[in-house]
Design a protein around this ligand. Sequence first.
Ligand SMILES: Nc1ncnc2c1ncn2[C@@H]1O[C@H](COP(=O)(O)OP(=O)(O)OP(=O)(O)O)[C@@H](O)[C@H]1O
Ligand SMILES: [Mg+2]
Length: 372
Amino acid sequence: MEVAVRQSAQPAEIIRQHVLAFLQSEAQFSLGSLELPSDNPLATYVEIMEVTQLGTTRNGATLVSFWQADLKVHVFTLSDVPPEADVIEAPDGDGGEDMSPCSQFILPRRDFQGLWGSLVLEPGCKERLVDFASSSLHFAAAGVQPHVISSNRMVLLHGPPGTGKTTLCKALAQKLAVRLSHVYEGAVLVEIHSHSLFSKWFSESGKLVARLFEHIQELVDDESCMVCLLIDEVESLTSARSSAASGSEPSDAVRVVNAILTQLDRLKRFPNVLTLCTTNLASSIDAAFVDRADIKAFIGLPPTAGCYTILRDCMEELMRVGLVAPPLEIAPVRRDLHVLLFAAFCARALAQCNDTLSIIWLVRYRALILMR
Ligand SMILES: Nc1ncnc2c1ncn2[C@@H]1O[C@H](COP(=O)(O)OP(=O)(O)OP(=O)(O)O)[C@@H](O)[C@H]1O
Ligand SMILES: [Mg+2]
């Protein structure tokens, strides 16, 4: 279970004890948020208290008894610090734009809080990923010898565009920051801007890569901080190496890619580093790179029930901000919302979901069509 507390709250251990006492008084709980009575001393400190995962329950029960549960309570504070971009100025007199090799996000952060729950994937997919990643970080932190149980702590997500790969990486990093808050005092996500590393001035590319990894090294040197590296659209890096073999890529680009891969390999030695990569084109990635990934997860189109949930969440959000008012009252809306495309997608999902709610949502979906 996850408990987000306000800054300057009591020490985590004391909060944990209070949470356990509260759960004991409740006797039973299920997945989802828990409301604290206003007279509970925890109410002053706690922002969010949520049961986020139920392991195996008896007969698949959704209600768990305090006495039968093997509880894991994670206490943490959400960060509001805006993401920081590392910026390198363009060479003088060239009129070029400044370059930024990476952005940095302090974890766990408030704006990532709903991401995990919002992603609807094949059942068990998210849990397998988070379990694998947290185990491999645990193993490394405990000093498990890599030649006995080898792990590069690298996850590669591949699949068609727009299926939630980048979002899942961010959500996974947030989840790990929460789950490992008793191992690492701090956590940070470094998003590497792969494209911007290939500057049109190749001498600058070398500088950018050096600057990027110097910065990452500073973070990694703090053993109390977990560092997640996100390399989005990793094919833009690794395909350069393969095209070099066919002679179509300038050798400077290849040098840059090799420098990055060497640096990534070097970071493997540090137990507090996890690398998350995404791609649309797993088949065109350099084999040497794919082999480095411990988990290669295919993230495909969401299941039908997932489409339905996504649609429902979208509609609820549109209603929350007043762009669509239930059931058929229509607020003025921008024409470029691609309503028909959205509606066709929704109709397919709804037609295949045989529950009464579908009828209600179909009525609301008609409202969207009418907005054209
Ligand atoms: N399975 C899903 N469940 C809920 N939302 C989803 C899902 N897939 C995509 N989305 C939403 O679609 C948007 C795009 O997702 P995202 O950018 O993470 O996809 P991507 O796979 O990284 O795409 P690309 O391959 O084009 O980079 C996000 O707002 C995300 O929340
Ligand atoms: Mg993406």
